[in-house]
Design a protein around this ligand. Structure first.
Ligand SMILES: [Zn+2]
Length: 199
């Protein structure tokens, strides 16, 4: 590292902050950028800043979006009667990739974890209850992770919604216990969704 001039050293240092990237890889990427055409480096820098400037949360589902309402929520072909509840935006992307779900989403931004001080008011439960009351939703598919926190969240959601008359289902078998949705393969997600059951 110390053999490099400061500009290269800084870039290496910043790239190393990315997950899963060690110093060797960072060095290789920094040198690649150094030798790449100026436009390529500029495009990389610009797309990073555009991401920071443009990406916000959809005001309806809290998914990632460039616009106020995301393209899933604003797509008339999606089934607004089926609402899939997930912990994080990345989980929603995993389900979308599986191609098994045609409804809309609700992102909680976490899961209940009393041990870590995360209660219902710290995740978007209130917004979920509000949506169920305001929108024409027939089924809430709870697709939180199969971790202890994810299961506790699913149970809590069921408790909160059970008197609303809306059907609450849970994604089924196939997702291993402790499973994190974003690492589960698409076929498994599709099977888990297809065989969801009432809580
Ligand atoms: Zn949305």
């Amino acid at each position: 590292m110390m053999y490099y001039p400061p500009s290269i050293r800084d870039l290496i240092k910043n790239i190393t902050r990315l997950p899963g990237i060690g110093e060797k890889t960072a060095e290789r990427l920094a040198l690649h950028i150094l030798h790449a055409p100026r436009e390529q480096a500029q495009a990389l820098a610009q797309s990073i800043m555009a991401l920071k400037d443009n990406i916000r949360r959809c005001k309806r589902c809290f998914g990632l979006s460039d616009t106020e309402v995301c393209r899933i929520c604003s797509n008339p072909k999606r089934d607004g009667a089926r609402l899939c509840v997930v912990e994080l935006p990345a989980d929603m992307i995993s389900i979308e990739k599986s191609g098994a779900f045609f409804g809309v989403y609700h992102i909680l931004d976490g899961a209940l974890s009393p041990m870590d001080g995360v209660g219902p008011d710290d995740i978007r439960i209130r917004e979920l209850v509000r949506r169920v009351a305001a929108e024409k939703i027939e089924e809430v598919v709870v697709a939180t992770n199969t971790s202890v926190e994810g299961e506790a969240t699913a149970t809590y959601i069921y408790q909160r919604l059970k008197d609303t008359g809306v059907k609450v289902t849970r994604i089924a078998s196939g997702i291993p216990m402790g499973g994190d949705l974003k690492y589960v393969d698409q076929l498994t997600i599709k099977r888990a969704l297809d065989s969801r059951h009432a809580i």
